[in-house]
Design a protein around this ligand. Structure first.
Ligand SMILES: Cc1cc2nc3c(=O)[nH]c(=O)nc-3n(C[C@H](O)[C@H](O)[C@H](O)COP(=O)(O)OP(=O)(O)OC[C@H]3O[C@@H](n4cnc5c(N)ncnc54)[C@H](O)[C@@H]3O)c2cc1C
Length: 320
């Protein structure tokens, strides 16, 4: 019986949100005939139970301390054991530092291939079909596997996590497989950020090169504050040093899927769209009616942002 193995990840004393997104992806594949969903987490049985609540049929709490390093080499024996015990022929992991490391190592160990940075998954002809960006974000490639084991890393925010249901039941087991890695992690430094994380914000206001001046981000931050969101930027704006690269949205930046994405003076290049096209409502503020961002938006204001953004701020303030 085939199946899907999801590699969940711990994160700051909890479970990384991408883990729940992967389980949602696996559930979709399961409904298309890919078998049961097993999830593995380097953590406790209580954490494994949370994976069941979010949609896994079975969960494995991997307890070997080596997994705390977050290195693929340490995870490999635990993942191999989980593939064997679950019978999984599909392995999904996040496009995270762990996934980038573990995915290729797992594929190599099993004489198969890994599809990295996938944004969509489906079952076609009984095999996994993965979609990923190609040619610098100008095209999308669909790939499938020749070898039995199909390994994919999935970009965060490509799938919506399912609501937790504490009444869901499933089997929880433990595994002490793991290996001491040959490299030593000397330290981990966290990117500085204040307020709501870009990836989690329900509202994102992003600025582009058309702002013409880095100080204009102050105006966008004021709007963001009123909307309880996060401020992002296009790569062009980040490359100019106008905004921190950690806030870049797009193919080579963060992927966001907020309820509301306000793109201020951003043209809507395919590489920017790759990071925000999943937004529920896109609003464009752009002086060019032919800009791609205006075309894809639900609402657009075609005018100079210097007039539009202050007026918007005033109106929102009046709402209290
Ligand atoms: C491999 C690769 C990866 C990339 N990755 C990313 C990525 O992750 N994220 C990303 O964003 N880009 C990425 N890019 C770059 C991308 O191709 C575009 O160059 C970039 O997104 C353009 O940024 P922009 O829209 O801010 O600037 P522009 O394309 O210069 O657009 C500026 C816009 O502002 C409007 N404007 C100008 N003045 C005003 C005004 N006063 N009021 C209102 N509107 C105004 C203009 O009409 C225009 O539409 C990547 C490119 C490559 C090749």
């Amino acid at each position: 019986m085939p199946g899907i193995l999801v590699i969940a990840e711990p994160n700051e004393g909890g479970i990384a949100p991408v883990s729940f997104e992967l389980i949602a992806a696996a559930r979709q594949l399961s409904s298309e005939g890919a078998g049961n969903v097993t999830a593995l987490i380097a953590g406790s049985e209580a954490e494994a139970q949370q994976l069941i609540a979010h949609g896994a049929d079975a969960a494995i709490a991997a307890t070997n301390p080596a997994l705390k390093t977050g290195l693929g080499e340490a995870y490999l024996p635990a993942v191999q054991a989980a593939i064997e015990s679950s019978g999984a022929d599909i392995v999904l992991m996040g496009q995270t530092s762990l996934g980038r490391d573990l995915g290729p190592a797992l594929a190599f160990a099993n004489k198969t291939a890994v599809a990295m940075d996938c944004v969509a998954l489906a079952i076609a002809g009984g095999r996994l079909r993965a979609t990923r960006s190609a040619y610098g974000g100008n095209a999308r490639a669909e790939v499938t596997w020749k070898a039995p084991l199909q390994v994919a890393t999935v970009k965060a925010k490509s799938f919506d996590a399912l609501e937790a249901d504490s009444a869901r039941s499933g089997s929880v087991s433990t595994s002490d497989a793991g290996a001491d890695p040959k490299v030593k992690v000397l330290g981990v430094s966290k990117a500085e950020s204040t307020g709501v994380r870009l990836e989690d914000a329900p509202v994102v206001v992003s600025g582009g090169r058309g702002l013409g001046d880095p100080s204009a981000f102050g105006m966008l931050e004021e709007l963001t504050g009123l909307l309880h969101g996060a401020t992002g930027a296009s790569r062009a704006a980040c490359d100019l040093g106008w905004y921190p690269p950690s806030q870049q949205v797009g193919l080579t930046g963060k992927t966001v899927s907020p309820d509301l994405y306000i793109a201020v003076a951003i043209s809507g290049a395919s590489q920017h769209m790759a990071g925000m096209a999943g937004s529920k409502n896109i609003v464009a503020i752009n002086k060019d009616a032919d800009a791609n961002m205006v075309k894809v938006s639900k609402f657009a204001v075609v005018d100079d942002y210097k007039k539009v953004v202050p007026a918007l701020i005033e109106e929102i303030k009046k709402l209290g």
